[in-house]
Design a protein around this ligand. Structure first.
Ligand code: FAD
Ligand code: FES
Length: 270
């Protein structure tokens, strides 16, 4: 069993768990993830290693409540335990001295990009980060991302904090300004072909996380890849986004039923 040693709610429906997992903390690298199963009735879900502390023997996860499992996870308290916790999984992010890198993340994506930005900064890159959220009250880890960035631009869709708008607008302006950008790292879809190599972290449905079930297959440059063992980072200009999005919707009915079931079971306790 893996004990939750600290928990915090960072924003509405976004939670941080620090979990005792010394073997994973010792090996963790930026860009890797774990597969979590709450108990023997639970489904497996992948969550990124948002941080880790080898000395303390802990890893940090940040997750957003979107369906049954993340809803159930949010009910756990410090002192509770998680049955299965497998990792670190996935290919670590490619960390090198590329020059100037723009890191782009919206919402919970900041937890995915923060360790990558930190590792790239430690390699001597200039980091320009663009962080977005729908609204000010959904922003978190601004300071953490700022501490590993040479420049940080914040956007909110409703203009309640930072620039009003979405993250792609300052990104476009930056690239059009003549700033030499060597690489873009983005969390989630980015379809705009800026002519700059763009690495994206994909989040297809995963089951085992070890290349056995084929559930997480994605098409990149016309070649089928398994996001769990070949990724989750890929060249964003090569990803077949339509296929990914269609595959993500495969179990919508089942996901809805499962969410409703757990809402009925646990929701009354809120
Ligand atoms: C490698 C990898 C790393 C990930 N890291 C993180 C992480 O660090 N933090 C985190 O919060 N999530 C992360 N995710 C996504 C996370 O695994 C899913 O949110 C989770 O599996 C949802 O499970 P569920 O049972 O709660 O919801 P489900 O029942 O599986 O899904 C419910 C609904 O939410 C939609 N949905 C699923 N994921 C998301 C999403 N991310 N945003 C919006 N809608 C979504 C589904 O399409 C579905 O309609 C990661 C995914 C991958 C593949
Ligand atoms: S999650 Fe099963 S092959 Fe990737």
């Amino acid at each position: 069993m893996f004990r939750i040693i600290y928990r915090e709610t960072l924003a509405a429906k976004i939670h941080l768990f620090k979990i005792e997992a010394p073997a994973i903390a010792r090996k963790a690298l930026a860009g890797q993830f774990v597969v979590v199963r709450i108990d023997e009735r639970g489904e497996r879900i992948p969550l990124t290693l948002a941080d880790w502390d080898a000395k303390e023997g802990s890893v940090t996860l940040v997750f957003m409540e979107v369906g049954a499992t993340t809803f159930r996870l949010a009910f756990l308290k410090a002192g509770d335990s998680i049955a299965d916790f497998v990792g670190p999984l996935g290919v670590p992010a490619h960390i090198d001295n590329f020059g100037t890198i723009v890191c782009v993340a919206g919402g919970v994506g900041v937890a995915v990009i923060a360790p990558i930005a930190r590792a790239l900064k430690e390699k001597g890159n200039k980091i320009i980060s663009i962080l977005g959220a729908r609204s000010k009250d959904l922003l978190f880890w601004e300071d953490k991302l700022r501490s590993v960035s040479n420049q940080l631009i914040v956007t909110t869709d409703d203009g309640t904090y930072g620039r009003k708008g979405v993250v792609t607008e300052p990104l476009k302006e930056l690239l059009e300004s003549g700033e030499k950008v060597d690489r873009i790292i983005a969390i989630g879809p980015t379809t705009q072909p800026f002519g700059v190599k763009t690495i994206v972290s994909l989040n297809p449905i995963m089951v085992d996380g070890t290349g056995m079930c084929g559930c997480c297959r994605v098409s990149v440059g016309g070649v089928t890849k398994l996001a769990c063992v070949d990724g989750p980072d890929f060249d964003g200009h090569q990803v077949d986004w339509d296929l990914l999005s269609a595959r993500q919707r495969t179990y919508l009915d089942e996901e809805k039923r499962s969410f409703e079931h757990w809402q009925a079971q646990l929701g009354k306790r809120r």
